[in-house]
Design a protein. Sequence first.
Length: 96
Amino acid sequence: MLRHEFRPGRLVAGVFFTLAGVIYVGDAGGAWETPWFVVIPVVMAGLFLAGATGVVAGSIRRRRGPSRRTAPPTDTGTSTTPPTQGARGPRGQGAG
């Protein structure tokens, strides 16, 4: 199984959206009575906390630098073939 990069902001957002769903399911199932506007602050708080968590995680990730898993392989300089140019030329410009 391929590993992916951990995104804690998405985890926080998912928890709050799940909480909003549980609130509506409980109301629909008759377990409790929930006014329609109660979910709005729950979702807004979840989005705010997810954004803050994402900013903190991103700043920590930038400060630490690339990890071994996400770092591109290093070029050893042993290749004998010249780099190829795309169909648009060396500067990415078209024919016209």
